[in-house]
Design a protein around this ligand. Structure first.
Ligand code: HEC
Length: 152
């Protein structure tokens, strides 16, 4: 069957219009397309606990820097520094994607740098700058990965 040319043109227009309408009526961000990191329930709990410690530490460092309380900055930052990085079990680390594994240590090293600055020069402006920079890494990892639970 051959359709007259005008019919084909109107069909094309209709299809184009419905595609356009569909595109505009669907919610802009419907699905969570971030890369899944598959962990079991325990590993997820462990990772999220560490995350909450990051948030608490960031807030404490911010508040203590504003009050020039360098000892408090140092103690807080050390707790989430290199020592904490070393305590991550190998069974968990091996499940993490390469990109994730690159960003995690950046956080611990960043906190360690803050602790060092507090211990030595104690310049609150430098600490605040480092904290702001560190938080860019929190943001980029959160934008890229999500945790999903598997049974193993
Ligand atoms: C290497 C990747 C990565 C880095 C870096 C990272 N996070 Fe996370 N964080 C995650 C993932 C993945 C989740 C879970 C998100 C999801 O599944 O939706 C999460 C969840 C969280 C949560 C929610 C915890 C809960 O109990 O649900 C907080 C708070 C958080 N992160 C804080 C931080 C802060 C603050 C930093 C930076 C100092 C940071 N994170 C850096 C990957 C990261």
């Amino acid at each position: 069957m051959t359709l007259p040319k005008t019919n084909i043109q109107s069909l094309v227009k209709q299809v184009a219009l419905s595609v356009l309408l569909l595109g505009t009526t669907l919610p802009a961000v419907s699905a969570d397309n971030r890369t899944a990191v598959w962990l079991n329930e325990n590993e997820k709990a462990m990772l999220l606990k560490e995350m909450r410690q990051f948030l608490v530490a960031s807030q404490k460092i911010l508040a203590a820097s504003l009050k020039e309380e360098m000892e408090s900055v140092e103690t807080t930052a050390r707790e989430v520094g290199i020592k904490q990085m070393r305590s991550t079990p190998a069974s968990l680390t091996k499940k993490l994607p390469e990109g994730f594994k690159a960003l995690g240590p950046k956080i611990h090293k960043g906190f360690e740098d803050i602790a060092y600055e507090a211990e030595t020069m104690g310049d609150s402006a430098v600490i605040l700058e480092r904290l702001a920079e560190l938080q860019q890494t929190c943001i980029s990892c959160h934008a890229t990965y999500q945790i999903k639970v598997s049974t193993d």
